[in-house]
Structures are given as structure tokens and as C-alpha cells.
Design a protein around this ligand. Sequence first.
Ligand code: ADP
Ligand code: MG
Ligand code: ZN
Length: 203
Amino acid sequence: MVAPMQRRADQGWVEVIAGPMFSGKSEELIRRVTRYHLARVPTQTFKPALDVRYAVSEVVSHSRHSTSATPVGSSEELLKSVDDRTVVIGVDEGQFFDDGLVEVAAILAGAGKNIIVAGLDLDYLGRPFEPIPSLMLRAEYVTKALAVCHRCGGPGLFTQRVVQSDELVVLGAAGAYEARCRRCFDPHEAEQQQLDVEVATPA
Ligand code: ADP
Ligand code: MG
Ligand code: ZN
């Protein structure tokens, strides 16, 4: 006889909220963590130490919703900072973590925790932004968030950098980046504008 299937009470899982800037990833992360917190389920939220845009120890959305968060320098530090009693773990700006985040999420889910990671799935040139794509493949639940294209109002899939820089990471929100749809996204737009300025103002 086949034994009846039993769902383990301590079964954990991984959730990913991926999308471009301004797509409401932080807002959604804050919403998911806060509902557990209000129900007195122990939660902890983390963010990469390098993201100090609005606050050092908070996750803040562009619409100024916030929740307290612990800045950590690596996925290893994140793992060490999780309390035994914590059930729900929020992680914002997951793209700024090392690739070890994929394994850390698996370890935490294996330990019965619910880990929710928000992050950019594509960089400013439209390339996969690890570790988010790998994490999406190893997650039970994936939410792909879209913004509104700043140019035409269409589905904003990409993050367009509107200032010239070759750095992968240029922190900042309004002013440096826009959400763009597939038609309006042009990874070389800022370079082109820079050239236009140089041509217009010869030294
Ligand atoms: P993310 O974490 O994905 O960058 P946030 O959760 O911080 O996004 O912010 C989402 C909020 O940003 C929206 O609720 C809205 O108030 C604001 N916002 C600004 N520009 C846009 C846009 N182009 N499309 C959608 N929301 C926008
Ligand atoms: Mg955010
Ligand atoms: Zn557009």
C-alpha cells in the first residue's frame, strides 16, 4: 500500500520578483514581507551594503513605502545573519549580490524558510543581470514585474540609462534611469547623446 503523502510543515520555498527599475519590485517585496510581519510571523529583510540610495537600514520604494532592512556585504554574510526563528526573509536589489545568493536561497528554503528576492533581471544594456536569472530558474514562484515606458506608455521591460557611463552599477533612480518598452529601449542612446554634444561644441 502507498503511504499517504504528507506535506512537511517546515517546507520552505523561494520567490523572485524580477523586472526593470520602477516596476514596483521593492513595493511588492515590502507588501509581501509586511503582511507576515503584521501577523507576527518572524521576518527579516536584507539589502546589499552598497545600495544606500535613500536609507542605510531600510528598503524604500520609489513611492516611499519602506521597511527596515539589514545591509549585508555578501550572500555569505546574509546567510550568517538569518536568525533561527525567522520564517520569512526578504532581499531587495538581489542583482547586487554575488552568485552565491542562488545557493544561499536554496539552503534557506531547505531549512523551511520562505525567501523572497527582488531584483533587476536585465542590466542597462539589456543583458542578463546575474544572479537574478539563475535564481528565477531555481525558484518556486516567479513574478515578472513591468513598469510603464517613460517614453510611450507601453510595457516597460528594460531599464534605460539616460546618463553616459560605462560602469555596470550607477546608483540612482530618477534622472539617471528610465523604464522603456522594447521599441523605445536603446542601450547606446546615452553614448549617442554624448557624441552629439561633442559634435555641437567643438573644443
Ligand atoms: P522598483 O523597486 O522596481 O524600482 P519601486 O517599488 O521602488 O520599483 O517603485 C515603483 C513605483 O515607482 C510605482 O508605484 C510608481 O509610484 C513609481 N514610478 C515611477 N516611474 C514609473 C514608471 N515609469 N512606471 C511605473 N511606476 C513608476
Ligand atoms: Mg527597488
Ligand atoms: Zn515605449
